[in-house]
Design a protein around this ligand. Structure first.
Ligand code: HEM
Length: 541
């Protein structure tokens, strides 16, 4: 059985008198900016009690059910709409052409707006919240760090860390042949260990022990998440740092991590071996003790940078690469555990590909089905569900697939949510959008009829190994798109493939309760409310 959350998208809720009155009031307060853009007939109360992206999906579907007739054609309302609450309004985008415009074609007309406000105290001038000038410099330096030999070395780290997790789980199943565990927590520890080693050569070893740095990392992530769901940035008020207990804790956690990072940076600088980028990219990674990104960034000739910037870069990578990967693994297992046939198909692939030993980049290429599972999990549970932007200058959006020839005017300072969740579950671009079908991404065979491929329908992606935002023409954005696209996409895909394959090789996985009990909550990523509790049974292979 497939869970209800996927088969039935959240139903539009009945509105009561108070909702309608508050809606009228908020729309009135939001004033006439954004001109003729359709307004979501939502209410402030819709925003509470469930993840925001659910409400945005409700409105998207609800508004599309009421197309309006313009001078020449029907316009589907919901693909770009305004959501107003209080004196504030947001534009919600669920159209690939409009998303492409904002993320790629006119990307530098936008910054990260409210997201940068939330993250700056944690990530400083790291890639995600950085101002444009800093971002341009740092992106140019960081991107080459993810070169082929680095990724190859990372595969060894993914394997080593996953082995640690699997050994721990094997020990737990030893006496009874099975155990119930919270796999979300296990994946979180695993992803933390991997990002620590890969980005700054620090072994958290969180799978087997607890230490103050780990506690501080989780404390900081928790605070980042709290801030992302809190609409008023109270932490910017003077003195909260000393008065509000959770702010005091946050600042002490931050200090623990910063001290640890400062030490690692100091060590890396003391052992610096300066070289040109090309030479660094050809180092013998198999003999290096420290293969981390930090090593690369410190050794790169001509990329000298102060310690503060390096620390911001590392902190950004730690946060951006940890929860996202843990979440994709969690939802992949959640989906697979409800589809025994797909689970068996995945295990058969793993058994045949990994039967003779070591995992390498080449063997990973053969784990086709595992990769499709991960991509399909990212389609259904995108991490993050919404991309946040704010216009730095006035802009004009294109008409998009919504039937309108002309798009809307965007005044300076407009806050925008590009809803990846809506794009990925849009009934206009996906067959059976709420169902888990990794096979939808299979590359058509040579003789398969691909007539009707519309260029953006990811169900049809001729010639491409794996779908991405280019092939899907921005209807599928697992790692964003345009210049701010994820720098760690290959790292994350290979990491998830290794971890999932190694788990399935050793265990049969079942959900402990019903899928409905696994509720979702969101901050930066979509995760479960109370963990992903599963029964693991040792496989007889
Ligand atoms: C940006 C997703 C793993 C580092 C992004 C963005 C998305 C994303 C959607 C674009 C955000 C935007 O446009 O606002 C994911 C997912 C991951 C993952 C789903 C795992 C499955 C990683 C890893 C790293 C990383 C492993 C680092 C090792 C970053 C950084 C940015 C970013 C630094 C900002 C890029 C920039 O603004 O130039 N990620 N990510 N991510 N990601 Fe990832």
């Amino acid at each position: 059985s497939v869970d209800k959350q996927q088969q039935e998208p959240p139903k539009p809720k009945q509105r009561n008198l108070i909702d309608n009155a508050s809606n009228l009031l908020t729309n009135f307060l939001s004033g006439g900016s954004l001109g003729n853009m359709p307004v979501a007939e939502g209410a402030v109360t819709d925003l509470f009690g469930k993840p925001l992206f659910f409400s945005l999906y409700d409105w998207f579907i609800e508004m599309n059910a009421r197309p309006i007739l313009s001078s020449s054609s029907y316009i589907i309302h919901g693909s770009v709409y305004k959501l107003a609450f209080g004196p504030k309004s947001f534009v919600v985008v669920s159209d690939p052409i409009v998303a492409r415009h904002i993320l790629r074609e006119n990307a530098f007309c936008y910054d990260k707006g409210v997201l940068a406000e939330i993250l700056k105290p944690i990530m400083g001038k790291g890639l995600i919240p950085a101002d444009l000038d800093t971002w341009k410099q740092r992106r140019k330096v960081i991107t080459p760090g993810f070169h082929a030999l680095f990724i190859e070395a990372m595969v060894r780290i993914f394997t080593k860390c996953s082995e640690r997790t699997i050994s721990k789980l094997e020990e737990l199943t030893e006496s009874e042949g099975q155990v119930i565990v919270d796999l979300e927590a296990e994946f979180s520890n695993l992803a933390l260990d991997i990002i620590g080693l890969g980005v700054f050569n620090f072994d958290f070893d969180s799978v087997t022990k607890e230490c103050p740095v780990i506690k501080a990392v989780y404390g900081t992530l928790f605070e980042a998440e709290h801030r992302s769901t809190f609409y008023i940035p109270y932490w910017n008020l003077p003195f909260t740092k000393w008065i509000v207990p959770r702010q005091r804790k946050f600042h002490s956690d931050l200090k623990v991590i910063n001290d640890c990072l400062d030490n690692l940076i100091k060590n890396a600088k003391e052992t610096r071996q300066e070289d040109d980028v090309e030479k660094l990219q050809q180092r013998d990674y198999s003999s290096l003790k420290d293969v981390s990104l930090l090593r690369f960034l410190v050794d790169m000739r001509g990329a000298d940078v102060d310690d503060r910037q390096l620390r911001d870069d590392l902190m950004t990578m730690l946060i951006a690469g940890h929860e996202t990967t843990a979440a994709v693994l969690t939802w992949s297992v959640f989906l697979l555990a409800q589809s025994p046939t797909k689970m068996r198909k995945a295990q058969a692939e793993v058994d045949s590909v990994l039967s003779n030993g070591a995992i390498t980049v080449d063997t990973l290429k053969k784990l086709e089905y595992i990769k499709l599972i991960i991509l399909e999990a990212l389609r259904l549970y995108p991490q993050p569900a919404l991309l946040i932007r704010r216009s730095l200058r006035p802009d004009k959006l294109p008409g998009g697939y919504n039937g309108a020839k002309e798009g809307y005017e965007i005044p300076v300072g407009t806050d925008i949510f590009v809803s990846i969740y809506n794009l990925h579950r849009s009934p206009y671009f996906w067959d059976r959008p709420n169902e888990f079908e990794p096979e939808r991404f299979s590359v058509p065979k040579k003789d398969e009829n691909i007539e009707g491929w519309s260029g953006f329908n990811p169900n049809r992606s001729p010639g491409a190994m794996y779908p991405n935002e280019i092939i899907a023409d921005f209807a599928f954005l697992p790692f964003g798109g345009g210049p701010r696209k994820c720098v760690g996409d290959q790292f994350a895909l290979l990491e998830s493939t290794v971890a999932l394959a190694m788990l399935l090789r050793k265990f049969d996985v079942e959900l402990r309760g019903s899928p409905d009990e696994v509720e979702m909550v969101t901050g930066a990523t979509i995760h479960t409310k109370n963990g992903l509790w599963c029964r693991l049974r040792k496989r007889r292979t």
